[in-house]
Design a protein around this ligand. Structure first.
Ligand code: GAP
Length: 492
């Protein structure tokens, strides 16, 4: 049983130190969230699992970590300055602000009316029929485009309106990969096909952020650009990466039934894409099937040679003029086998850390009733993602020998796995707290432990207990913590 809705996770996340509303002491900052002690561990574990899978376990992918602020020309030639924008519309009655395309789509789904009134800004929007979702009135401003890139100014002496000082916080990590493509290919002596992976923060001035960490203005991406030849089977490669990611998500503990594929129609695709498949997660299980239960978890796009060509110095237009007179490099590739030079094509799986974390939390949520009839929350996280792997609990905190032994076990386990010592409550309370944060094992040290050098290991999911020798404990836990690949479930 996954979480019934996102709100259940919001309250668990705050109560147990995963995610807090940001800037709360000043009344918060709309749709910004801070990751607490357990949240930062969970995020790190997701990122490590991704990095291990792509950069370590495969032999054809390298990692990079590029700057968040890049030369402004990167965004001119990537097309983001001109096209990375959303249509925005305001309600004149209640001053509510919305995305015109989202309102139009919701209206079309609800009424079946697919007639389009095209506004002056060329955005199809039935401004004569669509009601404001907040106040119910029909009194809209003109639809206007709004660029989503967050602006900043570089340099201490920059004048307020000095265009030379204008810079952007990156809206995707991908461009930092493209501008480093040649550096990586040359330094690591790579031949096609190969990929470059990057994980890091991105920023978008979203018009309607919301739904907890699903849509925020600051978020983290895990992106990989896979460079292939122009005659590769690009659409088939998209399918292969979709399958690979489904398997990875199922391995992280997501139920395959809560994942769905969405073949993005042409009119919804980004300017660089020839084909995009989104992996959707059921973030809104409380909604009816015909309403929108699903939201994008990640996208896999075939970006053609658009980006490497755009950032290259050589390509010319029909009149023979250089398309990019500012670039100093040609990012083409010379294929030794065919003696041909070309711009590599790109398959891009782009995933969000925060959306993965939310999906993982929702799917891990479960409730169980104990013998006293009390309902307990158990977070059945895949052990590889659990912020804490083992909690060492002394049965009697006023017995120095028991406390000493428990603390020694904690110190001995720490080099191999994340362990904590806790004596801040009765054993029932301590178990419940660890269940709620997804700790797979509780280790209890009792009076008998002092005699037989053994401890009780309690399993989070079954509540079963077994007695294990302290000398065997690290190996026993490590064995049980190993990720269990669930290939069958991913492809069924
Ligand atoms: N380079 C391609 C790209 O950025 P995208 O579909 O715009 O593609 C990729 O973003 C992923 O980044 C999304 O599937 C989502 O997981 C995450 N993402 C995008 N915008 C986000 C936001 N405002 N808040 C949280 N995550 C976001």
């Amino acid at each position: 049983m996954p979480a019934p809705n996102i709100d259940t996770i919001v309250s668990l996340a705050k109560r147990r130190g995963f995610v807090f509303p940001s800037s709360e002491v000043y009344g918060g900052l709309g749709s910004a969230w801070d990751y607490g002690p357990l949240g930062v561990e969970l995020c790190n574990n997701v990122k490590q699992s991704w990095w291990r899978w792509l950069v370590y376990e495969r032999d054809d992918i390298e990692g990079v970590d590029s700057s968040i602020i890049l030369n402004r020309m990167v965004w001119q030639y990537s097309g983001h300055e001109a096209t990375f924008q959303d249509p925005l519309v305001d309600c004149r009655e209640c001053k509510g602000r919305f995305r015109a395309d989202k309102l139009q789509e919701a209206y079309r789904q609800e009424t079946g009316d697919s007639k389009l009134l095209v506004s002056e800004s060329q955005v199809p929007f039935r401004s004569d029929r669509i009601k404001c979702p907040d106040c119910g009135e029909i009194n809209w401003t003109q639809v206007r485009y709004f660029n989503l890139m967050l602006r900043t100014k570089l340099g201490a002496t920059a004048e307020e309106d000095d265009p030379a000082a204008l810079a952007y916080l990156r809206p995707e990590t991908a461009q930092g990969i493209f501008i480093n493509y040649l550096n990586v290919q040359t330094a690591m002596r790579r031949k096609l096909p190969f990929g470059i992976a990057q994980v890091g923060k991105s920023f978008r001035n979203e018009i309607t952020p919301g739904n907890f960490i699903l849509r925020t203005r600051e978020f983290e991406q895990m992106e990989m650009e896979y460079f292939v030849k122009p005659d590769a089977e690009h659409f088939q490669l998209v399918d292969e990466w979709v399958e690979g990611y489904l398997e990875w998500f199922v391995g992280l503990g997501l139920d395959r039934d809560n994942l769905q594929l969405y073949e993005v129609p042409e009119q919804e695709m980004a300017h660089y894409s020839k084909r995009t498949v989104d992996i959707m997660y059921r973030y809104f299980p409380e909604r009816a099937e015909e309403e929108r239960q699903w939201e994008e978890l990640m996208g896999i796009a075939y970006r053609t040679d658009f980006d490497l060509r755009s950032h290259s110095s050589k390509p010319t237009d029909e009149e023979g003029k250089r398309v990019n007179p500012d670039s100093t490099e040609d990012l083409s590739y010379f294929d030794e086998a065919t003696k041909q030079r070309f711009y590599p094509h790109v398959i891009e799986p782009a995933a969000g850390v925060n959306r993965t974390v939310l999906a993982v939390l929702m799917d891990a949520y479960s409730e169980k009733t104990n013998d006293k009839g009390e309902t307990r929350v158990i977070l059945k996280l895949s052990p590889q993602l659990s912020p804490i792997k083992a909690a060492i609990l002394p049965l009697a905190k006023n017995k120095p020998e028991i406390v000493g032994m428990a603390k020694a076990i904690k110190r001995a386990l720490q080099p191999v796995l994340r362990a904590v010592y806790d004596d801040t409550g009765g054993i029932g309370k301590l178990y419940a707290r660890q269940d709620e944060i997804g700790t797979p094992f509780c280790i209890t040290v009792d009076h008998q432990s002092l005699e037989d050098e053994a401890v009780t290991v309690r399993d989070r999911d079954t509540w079963e207990q077994e007695r294990i020798k302290v000398s065997d404990l690290a190996e026993h836990l490590q064995k049980r913590l190993k990720p269990q690949p669930n290939v069958e479930a991913a492809t069924s």
